[in-house]
Design a protein around this ligand. Sequence first.
Ligand code: FEO
Length: 399
Amino acid sequence: MPAIEIKPDIYWIGVNDRTTDLFEGMWPITDEGVTYNSYLIIDEKKVIIDLSKAIKTDTFFDNISEKVKLSDLDYIVINHMEPDHTGVFQILRKMAPQCRILGTPKTKKMLETFYGITDNVIEVKDGETLILGKTELVFYHTPFVHWPETMMTYERKNRILFSCDGFGGYGALQGTIFNDQCGNIDFYKKESLRYYVNIVAKFSNPVLKAIDKLKDVDIAVIAPSHGLVWRKNPAEIVKLYKKWAEYAAGKTEAGITLLYGSMYGNTEMMMNAVAQGISKEGIPVEIFDVARTHSSYILPSLWTKRGVMIGAPTYEASLFPPMAQAVGAAVHKRIRNKKMAMFGSYGWSGGALRELEKLTEGAKWELTDSYTFIGRPAAEDLKAGENFGASFARLVKEE
Ligand code: FEO
């Protein structure tokens, strides 16, 4: 996509990526895509804010050259060093060596370790301003949204906050960069949540601190480095991020994530009975087959919902490995304080439940009930499973 004007003399010059399969080498985006948003401000001083991953670099440099000569650039503002925003650095450095690079003290160190760049680098203090001509930039240090060196940059004249990973989301552009022109906003909200839980959620406290720090800043446009530019009601994405960040410690939604895996259909039969019981109680339930669903899609449900129902067979005297992997991913992402129940089939000895409790102990997933059975569930087992699901749903509702 060519450069897009956001405000007079301020342009989106990013890259729309529909070819990368795995974000950070692990999170699937084959169907959804992603953007690496970069921005250009043309004033007496000419500035690029954040760069791009080293993909489609021809498009990226075409977007810059469309508006300004590389030799005329004065500054590059680096809000965040992760290579999805800095991958083009080595080429850019060769093409525009005169550019001064602005970032936090930690950014300065990372520029050396990631790219061997040590000259023309300027540390900016928290709250420091830089006059560009008619407008000026203010730098706010926001550590750990998402790495320790991160900051956000505020452009005063047009009241634009360049927030980098903060308020960003997965999702390639579908013809527009702006939220008010987007006819598929629910897709971007869903992908923002998936991005939040996959990438940022572990740093929810720093996210809340950053939101609090910026609460008195007059923001008309939020321009993150992934996903849509929020120029209509930018408070909407801030509110969503705040809500998701507060889930880390506070009360989540009255709903149940039902994770199951099944080797020969026995645990799956029980899963259907348990799900019937849950649904009869009128509580939302999301069901995932852990052997067939990447944890990227499971984690948002676990993050937002209060209850977790686990359906897994015993496998070689332990928990069904795809379930251990899914639960392990949730524990790694600090998904904590859940009500949990477990059901599953075993052949001759149990073991799944014991391993599940061990896995989730540190994350405080409280086991409230369990129902295990040998081999194929009989009709009375299925009836009991339905009641088991209903009683767990009531417990989650009542909390
Ligand atoms: Fe979009 Fe943490 O990089």
